[in-house]
Design a protein around this ligand. Structure first.
Ligand code: FES
Length: 141
């Protein structure tokens, strides 16, 4: 039987304090990630479109990292994953608008309204995304 009082707060073996609420929050975040692709399926120089529930997400490789951004261009709704990726900038294949996939902003315009970017985890070749964790909106809350 687990004694919840003992889990409510305390110290782990390294002397770092923890509490059950924080642990449950951390576990909940881990479970929110959904495996969406194999790393090798994401092309270089272009994106990979995946659907996570109702959200269409573009996955983009930049160096050794993978970035996840909503896949719809705000100009005319084209799929951004179909554009050309140079460095961290994707250029929409429809009319050439460009976006930094690491921030969601138009390059050089950090005061604009960004395309939502989502938290990504890579475990071996498994790429997982949490569409509930919009990482580039935190500073606006
Ligand atoms: S639809 Fe993307 S630039 Fe027009």
């Amino acid at each position: 039987m687990i004694q919840t009082d003992a889990l409510a707060s305390g110290f782990d073996k390294q002397g770092v304090s923890f509490n059950a609420e924080g642990w449950a929050h951390h576990l909940g975040k881990l479970l929110a990630y959904e495996r969406v692709a194999n790393l090798n399926d994401i092309p270089h120089g272009r994106g990979l479109c995946v659907e996570i529930g109702p959200v269409e997400v573009g996955l983009f490789r930049v160096g050794g990292e993978v970035y996840a951004m909503e896949n719809r261009c705000p100009h005319g709704d084209a799929q951004l994953s179909e554009g050309d990726l140079a460095g961290c900038v994707i250029v929409c294949s429809a009319h050439g608008w460009d976006f930094d996939v690491t921030t969601g902003f138009k390059p050089g315009d950090p005061d604009g309204f960004p395309i939502p970017c989502f938290a990504v985890r890579i475990d071996g070749d498994d790429v997982s995304v949490d569409v509930d964790d919009v990482i580039n909106m935190r500073r606006r809350r």
